[in-house]
Design a protein around this ligand. Sequence first.
Ligand code: G3I
Length: 314
Amino acid sequence: SNNIILRNLAVPRFFGAAANTTFLYHDLNYTEVISTQFSIFTPENEMKWEDIEPEPNSFDFGPADEIVRFAESVNAKVRGHNFMWGSQLPPWVNDTLTATELDRALQNHITKVMEHYRGKLYAIDVVNEMISDNTPNETFKDNIWTEKFGEEAVPKALTYARAVDSQPKLYINDYSIEGINSKSDTLYSVLQGFIADGVPIDAVGFQCHFYLGQVPDTLQQNLQRFADLGLDVAITELDINLQGPGNATSLEQQAKDYWTVVNACVQTKRCVSVTVWGVSDDHSWIPGGNPLPWNAEKQPKPAFYAIADAFEGK
Ligand code: G3I
């Protein structure tokens, strides 16, 4: 693997990873892989609301800055993650705020973070996981944002973001929208409405947290229909959960699954990047899931070679 550099094979696309300051510069083998293989990074946690604005209008940019500086040092881009999510909110963002106060908090949060990172973000997951899991009965998830703003929640976040900086690509990012299904159909019609109404939106992020052997058959077709709306698409959080240590057979299936996802992106003109959610199995958000292309020893797994093949059109 010494001479296989995935970021080079991915061109004109970006190959990315969720980067985490817990391991960056602390685990040197991790740092070695992350410094050479990737051309775009998403801070795994460092830009989430509870981390970056733990108290009202009091920002802690340190850890996110560390990732942005690291990305610059290896000539890689950054995807911001994220602004509007029902999860990982600090205690002060809660039900006791009036709609007006919450609105001000949202606009201030988006404005301050985007001003701080002006010129440094290629893309931002402005909206994360806001589509309901109970479609078509319900369109958006029930959370503080929809409780206070209803259907205006998502357009509000996108509009505030665009008003600060027209440069970064503005994303809606979600899970279980990878195949053609009720949830992706719902997002699709939401986006048709946004485009008709002039709500600013540039792209859709497909997370792609999959279990082994469960990549949807309609992935490529689904990416294409969103691209045909005039949007960029990206694979934003790819991992393939083995739910255990695995064996030769499951590692081969995992490689096949990685190939299928990367190939779907490669076959879609407007698919701009493939990001894996972590680097090596020991630092994954899924304990014991062994879902990543590098093992705990930071050695490339069959999945690594499958990603290379897919980027090379093999
Ligand atoms: O940093 C604190 C530490 O101070 C504290 O002692 C410890 C106790 O639990 O928690 C630490 O924070 C944890 C953080 O990861 C950093 O390790 C949080 O508890 C934990 O909830 C958090 O998990 C992250 C999760 O999002 C929630 O933010 C995962 O690392 C991260 O991989 C995961 O990523 C999400 C994407 O943002 C959105 N899509 C799904 C994806 C996977 O769940």
